[in-house]
Write a protein that binds this ligand. Structure first.
Ligand SMILES: Cc1cc2nc3c(=O)[nH]c(=O)nc-3n(C[C@H](O)[C@H](O)[C@H](O)COP(=O)(O)O)c2cc1C
Length: 379
């Protein structure tokens, strides 16, 4: 692939996100790597990994999903945490390394909910309702077989989850992060509350699409109250899930209006929409608008980050233009080349993004890092 579109200039324009002056619109998408210490502390390897994306021109990095508490939130063995002061200390070199290279870095806070498959703290999963996630556990994160059936969180436990996100956000700030992203996508806890078939609650957290947004809204407001106004707070939203990749919201555009409108009424700074293809229609039976376009329309005051196969400068430019996005998050194409923004900017050759079939084993995740460090021909 080669990159020559004139509209790529947009990718290189600076952007203000609350207090952050981002040098360009390229964001590293959050990607789990299971390369932390067993107790959840970040490693030197993680420091070097994140630094390489800042060196490669990403103005903003979103980390892999980080568990916020030492209860039910951890989803994978060797996943990093922000649940203890030891975790805070371990992240300091990571955030410093990114800042040294002019990047900003946001911690993605993730409660695994019904998709947990490795937690050394406690046994058992917690979710909106006692409904098993579909599909099978992810092999690349050392899982196998069906997910466990979770227990439904009671009202007191919901309060504890909300508090744990707020406490982890404060720890993220102490660890030098520039903000937090609440993982409200991909089938994990917050998304389980948003999802009709995973949320059978009859209290104020379930029933209508609006009620299903309540947990997300309460986490955002608790986080904002804890960190104050000088810190970025975002949320990631999807239709598909790790356990159900092709799921679509049953009420279509009307549900998007409810979800994005509800989030627009909070103190969140940005909505990060993720789809298989960011520029494709979100509800093809209704109209041609993508999820990021719907987010732009129904949450006009918020910054919009789009993600999903924005592999080339041209695809990113389309998302930043007609797609309604302010920022574009790059995942598998960034794994293939940590300097994706520089290559696009300079019109250099891009390697193909890693394909889903390469997701077979842990070894391939590590292979991607090796591949990214190979010398690359210029075109
Ligand atoms: C190895 C891997 C790990 C991922 N881990 C996370 C994660 O921790 N949090 C998250 O929100 N998304 C995660 N994702 C999804 C990506 O952020 C992104 O949405 C997906 O790869 C699609 O974007 P792309 O087409 O640019 O790769 C992961 C994806 C990959 C490939």
């Amino acid at each position: 692939m080669s990159e020559t579109s004139a509209s790529e200039a947009t990718l290189n324009e600076p952007y203000g996100l609350r207090g952050l002056d981002l040098p360009n619109r390229a964001v590293l998408a959050p990607m789990t790597r299971i390369s932390a210490h067993g107790d959840g502390r970040a490693t030197e390897r993680m420091r070097d990994y994140y630094r390489s994306f800042a060196e490669g021109g990403f103005g903003l990095l979103v980390t892999e999903g980080i568990y916020p508490d030492a209860a039910h939130s951890q989803g994978y063995l060797d996943q990093p945490g922000l649940a203890t002061s030891a975790h805070v200390d371990s992240w300091l070199p990571v955030t410093a390394a990114v800042h040294e290279h002019g990047g900003s870095i946001i911690a993605q806070l993730m409660h695994a909910g019904p998709q947990g498959q490795g937690n050394p703290h406690v046994s058992g999963l917690r979710s909106a309702s006692a409904v098993r996630a579909r599909g099978e556990q992810a092999g690349m994160y050392r899982g196998s077989g069906p997910y466990e059936v979770p227990e439904a969180l009671n009202a007191e436990e919901i309060g504890e989850v909300i508090s744990s996100f707020a406490a982890a956000a404060v720890r993220a700030r102490d660890a030098g992060f520039d903000g937090v992203e609440i993982h409200g996508a991909n089938g994990y806890l917050v998304d389980a509350f948003l999802t009709d078939y995973l949320n059978e609650r009859t209290d104020g957290y379930g029933g209508s699409p609006m009620a299903r947004t309540r947990l997300a809204r309460e986490i955002i407001e608790a986080v904002r109250a804890a960190v104050g106004n000088d810190f970025v707070v975002g949320i990631r939203i999807s239709q598909g899930k790790v356990s159900d990749a092709t799921h679509r919201w049953s009420e279509g555009v009307a549900e998007a209006e409810t979800v994005f409108g509800a989030l627009a009424g909070t103190s969140v700074d940005y909505l990060h929409t993720t789809e298989w293809k960011a520029n494709a229609p979100a509800f093809p039976d209704e109209d041609a608008r993508s999820l990021s376009q719907l987010a732009r329309e129904f949450a006009p005051g918020l910054s919009i980050v789009a993600n999903g196969h924005l592999d080339t400068g041209a695809e990113a430019a389309e998302s930043l233009g007609a797609g309604g996005a302010d920022l574009v998050a790059i995942g598998k194409a960034a794994l293939a080349q940590h300097d994706w923004p520089q290559r696009v900017q300079q019109g250099r050759q891009l390697l193909d993004p890693l394909t889903p079939s390469a997701f077979g084993s842990l070894a391939t995740i590590q292979d991607w890092e090796l591949r990214a460090s190979e010398p690359v021909p210029t075109s």
